[in-house]
Write a protein of this length. Structure first.
Lengths: 221, 240
């Protein structure tokens, strides 16, 4: 027998708090992407480099990040490090977890992207007297950016959704954290999480829309 | 002057150049003909240091190309190269393709580089395509753009690596015309080509490569008109 009465009004009252939470969620995801892209670039170059130690390090990072549940990655960073006496905040653990994950996946994307830019482009650039850094910066990277742009957008959306794992390590000011707080106080589980889901959906859609606009500006060819 | 002296080059176990010596003087046009795998394209790549060599030496105006102390980027500014697969930069317009190296390598101002690029592009007949992206051009147009791009660096030498091989037959003529124009302007050129008639018309000398060696070299009339060695004659017959 279905005897649940919806109480949307209470839930809507919480909307301002949830929007604040949504902003924290977005910020965390954006930061994890900036860090993730930076680390991913390092990983790609380490993996192609000559130093065996760096190559192994990059390969291990990518392999672990991609082949273990991201939930565990956050969990181990928070409780695992905690049991060695290394205490980091819930937010830092979440950020680090998502960043590790982003870096692993993006490194793979970038590697594929680099392969998709023909060697002959680098050759042509070098033949004009450009140094290797110039050739990469002016010729290879701009073409790479276009190839990895959509995977990058996907990863950003994915990062936003992954922030919801913060709640398991006690984060309470992101969208899921705020929602969970209201949930425990009111037991209006369905209403609060439905609204939160809509907010996540809107953030994700917004990111895709902005990316599309950006790609029209960036990629003229 | 380009001086190639007893150059050997291997890819792994495979030796593709087995001791080639060749001199190209200022203002000279030298064509290299020969079957695929004879080492002719590889030699071209070695001349501007895009490929390393195993032994021997290549000097451009006295500068040792493969010496450790040579500033290869500086040297490449004087040697233009045009590739078989034209290699346009797809993310830049035609104008930007040609402006880029003068701007970033030679440090010219934007206005200077643009004037230079417009001049070169007009010269190769692309004056009306400045704002177009290479993807919208035909192969012949892209190749002419690549020539303009190399010329914008005001090189002393131009190397052509089978510049027309990847083009549709009806587009070959326009690229050859551009190359002919350059030869008539007195540019020092090395052409690796399968266009025998063209080689005969524009070259001062023709070299026939076979198995990583210069098999026969001389004036076009000697090598193409009256080949002395049976392999040269066979090759010429086979591609006609």
């Amino acid at each position: 027998m279905f005897d649940y009465n919806f109480h949307w009004r209470a839930a809507f009252k919480a909307l301002p708090d949830m929007l604040d939470g949504a902003w924290v969620t977005f910020e965390t995801a954006a930061l994890s992407m900036i860090l993730g892209v930076t680390i991913a670039l390092f990983l790609v170059f380490m993996r192609q480099g000559k130093n065996r130690l760096f190559r192994g390090f990059a390969a291990t990072w990518i392999s672990i990040a991609r082949n273990t549940p991201s939930l565990f990655q956050v969990y181990i960073l928070y409780f695992g490090l905690g049991s060695f006496g290394l205490h980091i905040s819930s937010w830092a653990a979440l950020l680090a977890g998502i960043t590790i994950n982003n870096a692993g996946y993006l490194a793979e994307n970038f590697r594929g992207g680099l392969k998709a830019v023909p060697d002959t482009q680098l050759r042509a650039a070098r033949s004009l007297g450009m140094s290797a850094p110039q050739a990469y910066r002016l010729i290879v990277i701009p073409q790479l950016l276009r190839i990895v742009f959509y995977p990058l957008t996907n990863q950003m959306v994915w990062a936003v959704l992954m922030t919801s794992m913060g709640v398991i390590v006690g984060l309470n000011n992101d969208l899921t954290g705020v929602t969970q707080d209201y949930n425990v106080k009111t037991f209006r589980t369905f209403e609060f999480f439905a609204i939160a889901a809509v907010l996540y959906y809107l953030i994700a859609k917004l990111i895709v829309a902005v990316a599309r606009l950006l790609s029209w500006r960036l990629f003229r060819y | 002057m380009i001086e190639i002296d007893n150059v050997h080059k291997s890819f792994g176990e495979l030796e593709v150049i087995k001791g080639v010596s060749l001199q190209v003087n200022k203002g000279e046009v030298v064509s290299i003909i020969g079957g695929s795998g004879s080492g002719k394209s590889t030699l071209l790549m070695c001349i501007n240091g895009l490929e390393s060599i195993k032994s021997g030496s290549i000097r451009v105006d006295g500068t040792e190309v493969h010496a450790r102390g040579t500033d290869i980027n500086k040297l490449r500014q004087r040697i233009g190269i045009v590739f078989q697969q034209w290699n346009a930069f797809p993310h830049l317009t035609v104008l930007e393709n040609v402006m880029l190296a003068p701007r970033t390598v030679l440090g010219k101002s934007k206005a200077e580089a643009e004037a230079l690029a417009v001049k070169q592009l007009t010269h190769v007949g692309l004056g009306d395509k400045l704002k177009v992206f290479p993807g919208k051009l035909s192969g012949g147009q892209q190749q002419r753009m690549a020539i303009a791009r190399a010329l914008a660096m005001s090189p002393d030498y131009m190397l052509f690596d089978e510049a027309t091989s990847a083009l549709d037959p009806q587009l070959v003529g326009e690229v050859l015309d551009t190359m002919r124009m350059l030869a008539e302007d007195g540019m020092t050129m090395i052409l690796v080509t399968h266009e025998i008639r063209f080689a005969r018309d524009v070259s001062d000398r023709v070299a026939f490569f076979r198995n990583g060696l210069v098999h026969e070299i001389g004036t076009p009339d000697q090598v193409i008109g009256h080949p002395q060695r049976p392999e040269t004659a066979d090759f010429l017959r086979s591609i006609n």
